[in-house]
Design a protein around this ligand. Structure first.
Ligand code: GLV
Length: 345
């Protein structure tokens, strides 16, 4: 296995290791791809202030999130399709991405106990609500008994989006090989329930979930306020990696508005186009407590399984350390709004 030393090397190698439709699934956005592009474009409009005159030998990356002491302020996003990228990809990802005590977020579909068993940091569970209240109650009991330390319910998938690049790749693949027959729908995989998530339902889940609980897919300040009214513990700002509503706001642009509405009453986690150490600084400066990273972990997984995912964490950590030092920032917890500015290049 070739040894990679930069994120760009992992990204460049990614397409060659996958079937085209899997590559399109992982990398693609919804419809025109505008939300996907906007997430990046908006991050690129933000500058970090270069500051000097500080002793930057010691950089403290530790932080606290929903009662967890974390070694770094970033986490793994929950993602589908990991077993298509690497054998037992979901278990390997839980093992690799959490090395060194990082927070991992396990996607809804993978095996419950195996991932907790191999993780060396805390695992949050991402729930897709694919059944009625009885189904959800028993699923959440299993999740909590398995040892997941927090739960996030994804709420930005009320209906499946039309993902043009993925649809086109599937069409091309079907010319060579007919697609498998659709899975029968029943309790536990019935997408109709995704369309029926109301605030009343969130209140019901709040009673069932004893560990910290938050909604993933919050983009509007009013929805963030509703989360607080429902007694949730954290807010997850996300537009699903640009994969659901096309023409959405970039998540980094949703952050200041949501943070103002939350007013420090709950911590915020954000994802959406974050790739480098500098992007993490931007998220923290504008109000997030931690930043979740998705596709780069897929690049790592595709290259070397758990070890590839671990390498991505190490790269992000190394970058963040350098970037903070060069910006005169010595502690993650001390990064404030003054660290960044908006420009129009
Ligand atoms: C699943 O959450 C997906 O975006 O495909």
């Amino acid at each position: 296995m070739e040894k990679f030393i930069t994120l760009g090397q992992y990204e460049a190698a990614f397409p060659s290791s996958l079937r085209p439709e899997v590559y399109a699934y992982v990398t693609g956005g919804s419809a025109s791809g505008l939300s996907l592009r906007r997430n990046r474009a908006a991050l690129e409009r933000i500058v970090i202030e270069q500051r000097v005159g500080m002793d930057v030998r010691d950089i403290d990356l530790t932080t606290e999130f929903i009662g967890m002491d974390l070694p770094t302020p970033f986490a793994l996003c929950p993602m589908g399709g990991m077993p298509l990228v690497w054998p037992q990809g979901d278990v390997e990802m839980a093992r690799g991405a959490t090395m060194g005590g990082l927070l991992g977020v396990a996607n809804s579909g993978g095996p419950l106990a195996e991932r907790v068993a191999v993780a060396s940091g805390p695992l949050m569970f991402q729930l897709y609500n694919y059944g009625d209240r009885d189904w959800a109650r028993s699923r959440l009991e299993e999740v909590q008994e398995a040892g997941y330390k927090a739960v996030t319910l994804t709420v930005d998938t009320g209906v499946p989006s039309r993902r043009d690049t993925h649809l086109e790749a599937l069409q091309a693949a079907a010319r060579d090989q007919p697609p498998p027959p659709p899975r029968p729908v029943g309790p536990g995989n019935d997408p109709t329930y995704l369309s029926m998530i109301t605030w009343d339902y969130v209140r019901f889940l709040r009673e069932v979930i004893k560990v910290p609980f938050g909604l993933k897919g919050i983009m509007h300040p009013d929805d963030a306020r509703m989360c607080l009214e429902c007694g949730l513990d954290f807010i997850w700002i996300s537009n699903h990696g640009g994969r659901q509503l096309d023409s959405a706001r970039a998540t980094i642009d949703a952050l200041p508005r949501v943070a103002a509405a939350v007013g420090g009453r709950a911590p915020i986690i954000i994802d959406g186009g974050f790739r480098r150490g500098t992007d993490i600084i931007k998220g923290l400066a504008l109000g997030a407590t931690i930043v979740a990273i998705g596709r780069p972990y897929m690049w790592g997984l595709a290259h070397a399984g758990a070890e590839g995912a671990e390498a991505i964490s190490k790269l992000l950590e190394a970058e963040l350390r350098v970037d903070m030092a060069l910006a005169g920032l010595t502690s993650v917890r001390g990064i404030t709004r003054e660290a960044v500015d908006y420009v129009d290049y």
